[in-house]
Ligand binder design. Sequence first.
Ligand code: FAD
Length: 464
Amino acid sequence: MGEITTKLLVLGGGPGGYVAAIRAGQHGIDTVLVEENRLGGTCLNVGCIPSKALIHAAEAFHAAMLQAEDASPFGLSAGPPRLDFTRTIAWKDGIVGRLNTGVASLLKRGGVKILRGRGTMVDGKTCLVETDTGPERVRAEHVILSTGSVAAALPHLPFGGRVISSTEALSLRQVPATMAVVGAGYIGLELGTAFAKLGAKVTVVEMAERILPAYDAELTRPVARRLNALGIDVLLGAKATGLSAAGDALDVATGGERRTIPAEVILVAVGRKARTHDLGLDRLDLDMSGPFIRIDERCATSMRNVWAVGDVTGEPMLAHRAMAQGEMVADLVAGRRRAFHKAAIPAVCFTDPEVVSAGLSPDEARKAGHEIRTGLFPFAANGRAMTLGAEDGFVRVTARADNHLILGIQAVGAGVSELAAGFGLALEMGARLEDIAGTIHAHPTLGEAFHEANLRALGEALHI
Ligand code: FAD
């Protein structure tokens, strides 16, 4: 058995792990990164990146279909488009491949040693890695656990055959004629909408009484309207009970009724669970928080010099949170003073239209005991949104009533994902309504709706 001694061992090369390793390499820390699959983890290979590629291609196809039907709002018409889905998937895979190569070369530049294989912890300082060329024992002063998450399965609808997770949905060989999506969270809706735009008849089944249950109702209404306009059936308060007797449809219980939904493909998107099994964690003395590894504000676990970052530590399971945690832990190992006191971790749903939330919603702010004032500015009154043919949506800001400190910003509308950075900056820098109101925003841009929402909260809106 080979033996490697290093200062830092990173177990799992997703956004949390590979960013930690890159930063550690930049600090000159001797680092070994263990990855059993492809570098970049869920996000790069079967999550953020491939899903956004598919969503973009689906939107392009849908726009071309509208032109073919002479239904384009821009007065464009064209012949019927042809979809070569094999090429769509190959294009998406090409992007993933380029990014994989990029991550590998960044790690190489930082002098990080990449060990390919499954790692199992032996104790808090030792990991056994099964590589193609045999087992390697890695001993490290510091360990970062960044093994991520996997799609949660439903016991009565196990994965296999036509029942798939987002991973398989991103590599289908053809667009199914019918698709049932179980779960109206962001993953289910992003992929369900993309397949509907590519021509599938999509039905979404959700146990809660509304879509995107993690977000407030006002914010998700434009998305519900669009799903309806796209012909996607959304069954709320409905429970997927299993495959139909013939095995070619989904059985659903809804309000005392039973329904059978024809489905060539059933996408189960009911959340993700921490990847903590088979890691040898039972041999360690780690405090857990349910299925997740418990951490403090420095991502330290209950064991000295054992750190954990990303999805394995629980919600919010987002790539940018994992990256920020990974970067911080590498700084800590290098001896810098750091802590993860983030005012906001923005969350974006790449639905149609897109949804952004950073900080508290008005309800959350009230529940937290704040007296608040809010300002909402609709895209229907924003010139840029009109020129994009995308007027459904708004930007909403919530601030403390006494000193106008901004507590939260939400937006729904086409392209609002690009506003998330400004929202995060405002919260991180402790901006007050007057700071944003006093900032000149370029015209005509969607960002002006953010400006106007702040003005409106101050009772001084100009364009409404
Ligand atoms: P992961 O990315 O899961 O990486 C963990 C890595 O550890 C994997 O590469 C795995 O192979 C490796 N590993 C696990 N166990 C071992 C072992 N024993 N030995 C060796 N290697 C091991 N987030 C966003 O912020 N924006 C989005 O738009 C977005 N879209 C998404 C879309 C989909 C369809 C999905 C599924 C997720 C999406 N996410 C998105 C969530 C995002 O992908 C995760 O939050 C992120 O990947 C978490 O990073 P991580 O480093 O914690 O774990």
